[in-house]
Structures are given as structure tokens and as C-alpha cells.
Design a protein around this ligand. Structure first.
Ligand code: AMP
Ligand code: ZN
Length: 122
């Protein structure tokens, strides 16, 4: 069962701790519903993660909250603009579940850009 901390995040969730400021991250932008920060192991010149402040494990759970789902999508586009890759193009990825290699079970949108991105992905 999920246990909530005093600040409302999920105990032992890395991204809840980044959202609350308990664990530092290179924050790019913050909004009412979202936090955007640089991936610690960047796969492209621009690699930013956009998370909802509220804990949802994956895209399926996030979809139950259309307001926050829209905020995450809009924020991914704003990050791309702020990082200067909206003109050249970028990719937004929600790795979901084990076949996709999801490792952190607080939903996050990867915003990748600044180089050509292969398709199909690995
Ligand atoms: P995923 O594999 O889609 O679950 O992505 C998790 C991402 O979180 C990976 O790209 C990691 O490099 C990134 N990550 C893990 N820990 C941190 C952290 N403390 N700060 C920033 N990014 C992180
Ligand atoms: Zn969380």
C-alpha cells in the first residue's frame, strides 16, 4: 500500500521528493501542477523530465485526471520552447511498464531534443 508523507507525497517516491524539494534537482520550470527538471543521465543535448506534482504511477493513472494530464502535455511543449528546440523538433516519451523500461513509477514525460532522434526507437 502507498504511504503518504507529511507533505502529501508518496513515501519512498524519488520524484515526489524532487517535487517537494526534499531531493535536489536541476529545476527548469515549475507550475501549479507540474515540475520540470533535467534528467540526471541525459540521452540528448536537451533531456528534461516533466512530472505532475501529484503522484500518479504511470500514464494510465494520470489519464484519470484530465486537468493534470493536459498540464503535463502543455508543459512539455513549453519546455521545448524554453530550451529552443521547438523549431528543430523534439520527442516526448512516456515510458510505461517493463517492456518500455520504466524505472521510476511516478509518471514523467521525457522531453528530448537538440539532435536527430532515430525512429523507430530501440
Ligand atoms: P524511465 O526509465 O522512463 O522511468 O525514466 C526515469 C528517468 O529518471 C531516467 O532517464 C533517469 O536518468 C532519470 N532519473 C533518475 N533519478 C533521477 C534524479 N535524481 N534526477 C533526475 N533524473 C533522474
Ligand atoms: Zn511520486
Amino acid at each position: 500500500m502507498r504511504r503518504r508523507s507529511g507533505s502529501g507525497g508518496i513515501v519512498d517516491c524519488l520524484f515526489c521528493k524532487i517535487s517537494s524539494g526534499d531531493i535536489p534537482a536541476k529545476i527548469v520550470r515549475e507550475g501549479e501542477h507540474t515540475v520540470a527538471f533535467r534528467d540526471i543521465n541525459p540521452q540528448a543535448p536537451v533531456h528534461v523530465l516533466v512530472i505532475p506534482r501529484t503522484h500518479y504511477a504511470d500514464l494510465g493513472e494520470l489519464s484519470a485526471d484530465p486537468v493534470v494530464l493536459a498540464a503535463v502535455a502543455a508543459e512539455a511543449a513549453e519546455v521545448a520552447k524554453a530550451e529552443g528546440v521547438d523549431g528543430t523538433g523534439y520527442r516526448v516519451v512516456f515510458n510505461t511498464g517493463s517492456n518500455a523500461g520504466q524505472t521510476v513509477f511516478h509518471v514523467h514525460a521525457h522531453v528530448l531534443g537538440g539532435r536527430g532522434l532515430n525512429w523507430p526507437p530501440g
